[in-house]
Design a protein. Sequence first.
Length: 93
Amino acid sequence: MRKKIVIIGGGFGGISAAQEFGDYEADITVIDKTNHHVFQPLLYQVATAALSPADIAAPIRGILNKQKNITVVMDEVISIEKGSNNKKYKVSF
């Protein structure tokens, strides 16, 4: 049976973890409240109009599209029950 890995958040840590697990024999799910990753160190340049917001943001699915075992879900995790496989999401459609 394939293992299932859930990564909460599509920031630097979540993206890096997903890329590391990309070659594993596991089904990986990345959950984030937004559908994009923002390169925050350059946010000040957007504020000063040196860059456009599109220059520092990229879709999470686009970043991880080479790994076929990764699914990206736009949602918000509201609780995790320790010691069980139960997770609760705030689902908004």
